[in-house]
Ligand binder design. Structure first.
Ligand code: AN7
Length: 354
């Protein structure tokens, strides 16, 4: 078949996949690289700002790139059970890929701290969901222990190297589409798997001379959940961007290495800055991402205000998840629509703002 078959099929030569492996795919990847115009004008007309909209993956987040790899590997190794801790998106993705190949997905989530859309996805895909009275970091520590003790259960958090392998394909797509690597790549940082994966992808294309330069990696944590910025574990992380409410990232060292080797930065953005960028993306550009995703754009707004970027810089921001995931955040701090009688006069008056 010649139609699009997902990231493993497209980038098989760059991935640890055996010839006879059955591929578990939901046709993830191949997401748009949106060239911003109104947003760019609002931030700095001298910058070129591209948005890699990962919210258009099959379960609505970038996790699908990693999950097709992790689940394919587990399935072909004979495993029929997977487990993960999650702030929401990983659980939705794991549940979907497990459903697709008849596996059981166990997910541990922090009670009350995952967005409604993600919770409803994990439930409908049929995951076995356990809510804990605790946070993501505690959930991750527990699932790591369980996977160590139970040899028939495969761990699919990003500590699983196959997740990173899948997620690096987003960098390939960007270079394949632009024809060059951007000068800067900005993304939100939670457990720090994705910044690790993007940096790996950029380095591989550079080493193979497919691209001629490397971007500076710019990672952004929410101020209330910014362990890498602070230089120590945050015991009780808080942020409106629940996806990145993480106080002890598993790939901490790798994120620092990506920052330092690329000459980039890992910085923080406040919840207010995140929500402002979230609003700008939707209302100026027509791109609706979830709050955590907007941390990438909030971050470049902050750096731009400090004079960080030279004119003409090419910047790619990853928008990691879809705005529809989190209707509660969407309905916050915004005027609710008015209701009128179903009569033309009433509707006309409303149109005129009376
Ligand atoms: C929308 O789902 O950790 O730095 O358990 O859902 O690779 O962790 C989600 C993370 C950014 C941070 N944006 O990525 C989970 C989880 C969104 C996310 C991140 C997440 P990493």
């Amino acid at each position: 078949m010649s139609h699009y078959q997902g990231i493993i099929d497209r980038y098989r030569a760059f991935l640890p996949i055996e010839k006879n492996d059955s591929i578990i795919t939901l046709y993830e990847g191949n997401t748009p690289l949106h060239e911003s115009h109104n947003l760019r004008l609002a931030i700095n007309p001298e910058l070129n700002i591209f948005l890699k909209f990962e919210g258009l993956n099959p379960t609505g987040s970038f996790k699908d790139r990693g999950m097709t790899m992790a689940v394919t590997q587990a399935y072909n190794a004979g495993s029929r059970k997977i487990i993960c801790a999650s702030t929401g998106n990983t659980s939705a993705s794991a549940a979907a890929y497990a459903a697709n190949c008849g596996m059981i997905a166990y997910v541990l989530i922090p009670e009350g701290k995952i967005a409604l859309g993600k919770m409803s996805q994990a439930m409908r895909y049929g995951a076995k969901i356990i809510q804990i009275r605790g946070n993501f970091d505690q959930a991750l520590s527990m699932v790591c222990d369980i996977a160590k003790e139970e040899s028939d259960i495969s761990l699919v958090n990003s500590v699983n190297p196959f997740r990173i392998q899948g997620q690096k394909t987003a960098s390939y797509e960007i270079i394949d589409e632009l024809g060059f690597a951007p000068d800067y790549h900005a993304l939100p940082v939670g457990n720090a798997g994705n910044i690790t994966a993007y940096w790996l992808g950029y380095q591989e294309y550079f080493e193979k001379r497919i691209s001629q330069s490397l971007p500076k990696m710019l990672g952004f944590q929410a101020s209330g959940s910014a362990p890498i910025v602070r230089g120590h574990v945050v015991k009780n992380p808080e942020t409106i961007a629940t996806a990145i409410r993480i106080g002890n990232p598993a790939s901490w060292k790798q994120a620092e290495a990506a920052r330092d080797t690329s000459g980039g930065v890992i910085n923080e953005v406040t919840d207010a800055e995140i929500m402002q960028a979230y609003d700008m993306l939707a209302s100026l550009e027509g791109v609706f991402c979830e709050p955590a995703s907007a941390a990438s754009v909030a971050g470049i707004i902050k750096l731009n205000a400090q004079g960080y970027f030279a004119a003409g810089a090419n910047i790619v921001c990853t928008l990691t998840g879809n705005g529809l995931k989190d209707p509660d955040s969407a309905m916050q701090s915004i005027a609710t629509p008015i209701t009128v009688d179903a009569e033309m006069d009433a509707v006309r008056r409303a149109l005129e703002g009376k």
